[in-house]
Design a protein around this ligand. Structure first.
Ligand SMILES: Nc1ncnc2c1ncn2[C@@H]1O[C@H](COP(=O)(O)OP(=O)(O)OP(=O)(O)O)[C@@H](O)[C@H]1O
Ligand code: SF4
Ligand SMILES: [Mg+2]
Length: 360
């Protein structure tokens, strides 16, 4: 995690992905839309990690897929070094895609069981042979295995011969194969045991410094994101509702949804756990096909008032914090934003550190 540069490496504005809801078999008629992503803005500076957090179904993976061009946005721009990549095609798009790679959530299903590890890691070279000439691929793949802490001699093994943590290392090696600048990691440790999670996070941390990577790191657990992120964006029902530096979000949250999420993070200290206020959210997350008017969090917010039904709160520094400098003055999409510390100053539990990020 290093210093931010002047121009963002990635700048996302007004990003929208609506999946049409249709009826009829022969003559399909659109009867609505699943608003999976509904107006998302953020930037990623060179060398930093942006954590994106939110409950299941809030649109995190859809954002990730749009960043790596696995889904086309309905609207909005994704600027990479100032150029809108949603408008590119052909060679120009291929060149950009090389620089933005993805690591997937589930190391059990994301690796083809019929391919050897060598073929899986080296597959991106089929699309970009200029990065590794045919005769040099084996050596490159072995180098990558070594970099992610796996024995280079495992090159001819199959995914089922590896543990979950090792498989995620294979997924990371594949993500690194084209030497990208940005890695979008979609819940890369959610499917792993806690002790293995720490090892994989440590590995990502080390690789970030070694390969000068910038990360978009997606998770639904705020405690995992804190460990690795410089900044955090909290998503709810297709939008970012609060964003700021890690200390601003964890120690000075102003949005009720962030406060509720924080009140559920695991705390290692039993006394802190006992004195921590739990904020229980009532009701289910509304369907993204039927987003509430005004503030989309209002159906579960304990502070909701009439204004929340009528007016959409914008993601900006709330008026009451604009004139004061300090950690509460960060973007929060709430009409009644208030600072509230939910976790004790030492912060939520960090995943247990291991002496090295050796093989799980
Ligand atoms: N191809 C699709 N067609 C229709 N709806 C979709 C499609 N992909 C995703 N959705 C819907 O969009 C919403 C957001 O999904 P997404 O996978 O982005 O959420 P997520 O935050 O990654 O959730 P999770 O934490 O469970 O991975 C969900 O309601 C999902 O059902
Ligand atoms: S705008 Fe209203 S409903 Fe939305 S988070 Fe703020 S207080 Fe709650
Ligand atoms: Mg997801």
């Amino acid at each position: 995690m290093t210093q931010a540069a002047a121009e963002p490496l990635l700048e996302v504005s007004g990003l929208v992905k609506h999946f049409p809801l249709t009826r009829g078999i022969l003559f399909k008629k659109q009867i609505g839309a699943v608003k999976a992503v509904d107006g998302v803005d953020f930037h990623l500076d060179r060398g930093e990690t942006l954590g994106i957090v939110g409950e299941s179904g809030c649109g995190k993976s859809t954002v990730a897929k749009m960043l790596v061009n696995l889904e086309k946005p309905t609207e909005g721009a994704i600027k990479y070094k100032g150029e809108d990549i949603t408008r590119l095609s052909g060679k120009a798009l291929k060149a950009v895609r090389r620089n933005i790679q993805m690591v997937f959530q589930d190391p059990y299903t994301s690796l083809n069981p019929r391919m050897t590890v060598g073929d899986i890691i080296g597959e991106p070279y089929d699309i970009h042979p200029e990065v590794a000439p045919k005769g040099d691929r084996r050596r490159r793949v072995q180098e990558l295995l070594d970099v992610v802490g796996l024995n280079p001699e495992y090159i001819n093994r199959y995914p089922h011969q590896f543990s979950g943590g090792q498989r995620q290392r294979i997924g990371i090696a594949r993500g690194l194969a084209l030497r990208p600048e940005i890695i979008v990691a979609d819940e890369p440790v959610s499917a792993l045991d806690v002790s293995v999670q720490a090892q994989v996070i440590n590995l990502l941390d080390r690789l970030q410094a070694e390969f000068e990577l910038s990360y978009v790191f997606i998770a639904h657990d705020l405690s995992i994101v804190r460990h690795i992120s410089d900044r955090v964006g909290v998503m709810y029902l297709g939008r970012i509702v609060e964003t700021g530096k890690d200390v601003e979000i964890y120690d000075h949250p102003t949005h009720p949804y962030t406060q509720a999420l924080l009140s559920a993070v695991p705390l290692p200290d039993p006394e802190a756990r006992e004195h921590r206020e739990r904020i229980i959210l009532h009701g289910d997350v509304p369907s993204p096909a039927n987003v509430p008017s005004g503030c989309r969090f209002r159906t579960r917010c304990w502070k909701a008032q009439e204004r929340c039904t009528l007016e959409v709160p914008l993601l900006a520094v709330p008026a009451e914090f604009r004139l004061v400098e300090g950690p509460a003055a960060h973007d929060s999409a709430c009409h009644f934003a208030e600072e509230k510390r939910v976790v004790p100053p030492e912060g939520p539990a960090e995943p247990p550190r291991t002496p090295a990020d050796g093989m799980p």
